[in-house]
Design a protein around this ligand. Structure first.
Ligand SMILES: Cc1cc2nc3c(=O)[nH]c(=O)nc-3n(C[C@H](O)[C@H](O)[C@H](O)COP(=O)(O)O)c2cc1C
Length: 188
């Protein structure tokens, strides 16, 4: 079974990212197509990029980078649970992406974005540009959750029905892409 790594992209206290990620993790486990793992960037706690060498050389000098490398290497596919901050992805997500290179290559990524009116879609579009540079395949099928706060009560996210359906569709596609891109990863 391929491994799906869910990356929680917001780190601030009281974040919506945690309840949304808990819901999506449950949806991914129910889907049954993946061994599901979660990386919470608040716990991963990477400093701002402090490696002297370009990541594509994989010459890491810090244990935090080696630990992050092991986590990302073990994944066959990713899902980013990500808000929109000032029309963009969060700084912790960009930093976590920049830390590595080969570990991301030839793996698909599904985006679970949220925010106000836009449902985080401007940030999702921006992430696509970054991840394709890292040779990842961002799926057109995604989950966008507008007005996320309206769906969270006492720390629990209750998804709108459309989000549940969108998550299922995205997970189906992630399974297909994870399998297909496996060929490219073996060829390296
Ligand atoms: C620094 C910051 C910038 C934000 N910028 C946007 C934005 O550009 N578009 C938007 O829809 N919501 C924006 N919001 C509102 C967030 O979508 C909302 O607060 C969401 O809960 C943030 O995710 P988090 O709780 O996981 O941190 C912003 C929130 C913060 C804290």
């Amino acid at each position: 079974m391929p491994t799906l790594l869910i990356i929680i992209a917001s780190t601030r206290p009281g974040r919506a990212g945690l309840p949304v990620a808990r819901w999506f993790e449950d949806a991914a486990r129910r889907h049954g197509g993946f061994d599901v793992q979660v990386a919470d960037l608040a716990e991963v706690n990477l400093p701002l990029l402090d490696e002297p060498h370009h990541p594509r050389l994989s010459q890491y000098t810090h244990e935090h980078t080696r630990a992050w490398s092991r986590i990302v290497s073990a994944a066959d596919a990713f899902a980013f649970v990500m808000p929109e901050y000032n029309y963009a992805m969060t700084a912790p997500l960009k930093n976590a992406l920049d830390y590595l290179s080969n570990e991301w290559h030839y793996k698909p990524v599904g985006l679970v974005s949220y925010g106000g009116l836009s449902g985080g879609l401007r940030a999702a579009q921006m992430v696509k540009e970054v991840v394709t540079t890292l040779r990842m395949m961002p799926l057109p099928e995604g989950v966008a959750i507008p007005f996320v706060a309206q769906h969270i009560t006492d720390g629990t996210f209750t998804p709108p029905e459309l989000a549940t359906q969108a998550a299922r569709t995205m997970l189906d596609e992630l399974v297909r892409w994870a399998g297909a891109l496996g060929t490219l990863r073996q060829d390296r």
